[in-house]
Design a binder for this molecule. Sequence first.
Ligand SMILES: [Zn+2]
Ligand SMILES: [Zn+2]
Length: 158
Amino acid sequence: MAAKSKKRLSNVENKLFKLDNLQLRDVICPICQSILIQPVTLPCYHSFCLNCFNGSIENNALCCPLCRLRIGSWLRTSTKQRSVVNSRLWNHIQTKFSHEVDIRSNGEDITLPEETVRPRLSAPGEIRTEYEAELKRLRNERFQLEQKQFEETELLVK
Ligand SMILES: [Zn+2]
Ligand SMILES: [Zn+2]
């Protein structure tokens, strides 16, 4: 399990750190819709500003604000290792989008590219697909179970 999540994390890093063609729309926080400041990248690839992230998990269970992936153990480990902020991504954002970061730091809104609807970093990845397949399977199982219980009840009634 630990090895697996480590592998997942390094996959995320590989995905994230092909940073050369990173565009502004890739580094937009889904919560504040502005450039990521001190980005926190969750195991599901979703990234949020540290502030936005903290704000959203305070009044929430320990799960990703977007896809509800449980992040309790990830958060514990990252907090312990002081690696909650994705510093490599943050460094890159500061280098590549220093202008936007400046504007943002002054409390002003940055101009988002027209087509920004969803940040591309949050595109559904392997994990998401796995997750959805599992969800589907569980729903199916439950449906069949309920169906069976229903039939049994029917039999009893008759
Ligand atoms: Zn934010
Ligand atoms: Zn997520």
